[in-house]
Design a protein around this ligand. Structure first.
Ligand code: GUN
Length: 293
């Protein structure tokens, strides 16, 4: 049995399911879902991620718009762009790619997004609903991780989950989702961060480790117990002159060694990354359905 949790394969299944729904809409003469993305500045990695989100829209038949804004744009002008999307009835959902330049207050920006179009699930009202277990948009990366457990039928009930990193995008929401009632859910979660003492004592007890640090090869096989399930959320670009692009994408996990000791593991690339895109598309379909029903 393969130990690899194949995010690329699952994401294709999810995108095929969405394409099937879009084809039905087209056949019945209806409008298709429309996802818009705002990106500020020229960060290579962020541009790549946003472009692949837009490309995936095209593949499954969604409309998409990419709004590229100057690095030096004022906070007010960015808010104006958000308001345009809030009011544009053709746009079902949109995202503002993070991180934003330092002169822009991220919290203020996320607060401006109309909650019914917030397909990232980052607006405080959507994040609050998620924490309460109410129906809402689940942030795409944690949603993708939950979907991996769901589609591979791996139960989290009673398991000890150690999450590395407390970001609002991954660490905090995945801790909440995995400890919520439900299946997958009902786990006992330990959320660790830069001030955690004796981290290795904790990781060695974990049945599941979710690593969302962005530190290449941080998690070594000595830090885990046998048969641990390892989910690698890291996607760091590391210079490598031998690669065609001059860099490679490296996860948080020392994959070649950790795979020998783990029961299941997500690869990088081809694990959580493609799932994030698939779940963003799924959230956009949810936004479309809620608006039209
Ligand atoms: N930056 C890294 N991950 C994400 C994400 O899921 N959404 C947005 N908007 N920005 C990100």
């Amino acid at each position: 049995m393969s130990k690899i949790l194949d995010g690329k394969l699952l994401s294709k299944q999810i995108k095929d399911e969405l394409k099937f729904q879009v084809d039905i809409l087209i056949k019945s003469g209806k409008k298709v879902p429309h996802l818009a993305a705002i990106i500020v500045g020229n960060d290579g990695a962020s541009l790549t991620y946003v472009s692949s989100k837009v490309k995936s829209c095209k593949k499954i038949g969604y409309n998409s718009s990419l709004i590229k804004l100057d690095e030096k744009i004022s906070e007010q002008k960015l808010i104006n762009e958000i308001n345009k999307l809030n009011q544009n009835s053709d746009v079902d959902g949109f995202i503002v790619q993070l991180p934003l330049p330092k002169h822009i207050n991220e919290e203020k920006i996320l607060n401006q997004i109309k909650p019914s179009k917030d397909v990232d699930g980052f607006h405080p009202s959507n994040f609050g609903k998620m924490a309460l277990g109410l129906e809402t948009f689940i942030p795409a990366t944690p949603y993708g991780i939950m979907e991996i457990f769901s589609r591979y039928k791996i139960s989290l009930e009673g398991k000890i989950v150690v999450v590395l990193g407390r970001s609002n995008i991954v660490g905090k929401p995945i801790s909440i989702l995995m400890s919520n009632k439900g299946n997958p859910g009902n786990a006992t979660v330990i959320l660790t961060h830069s001030k955690t003492n004796n981290l290795v004592n904790l990781t060695k007890q974990a049945d599941v480790i979710i690593s969302a640090l962005g530190i290449p090869n941080f998690l070594k096989s000595e830090m885990i117990k046998k048969n641990c399930i390892v989910i690698d959320v890291g996607i760091t670009r590391v210079k490598n002159p031998l690669k065609p692009k001059g860099y490679e994408i490296v996860g948080d996990v020392d994959f070649d060694n950790v795979i020998k000791k783990s029961s299941y593991i997500t690869p990088v690339p081809g694990g959580v990354g493609p799932m994030t895109i698939a779940m963003l598309l799924k959230n956009t379909m949810h936004a479309y359905i809620r608006k039209t029903s």
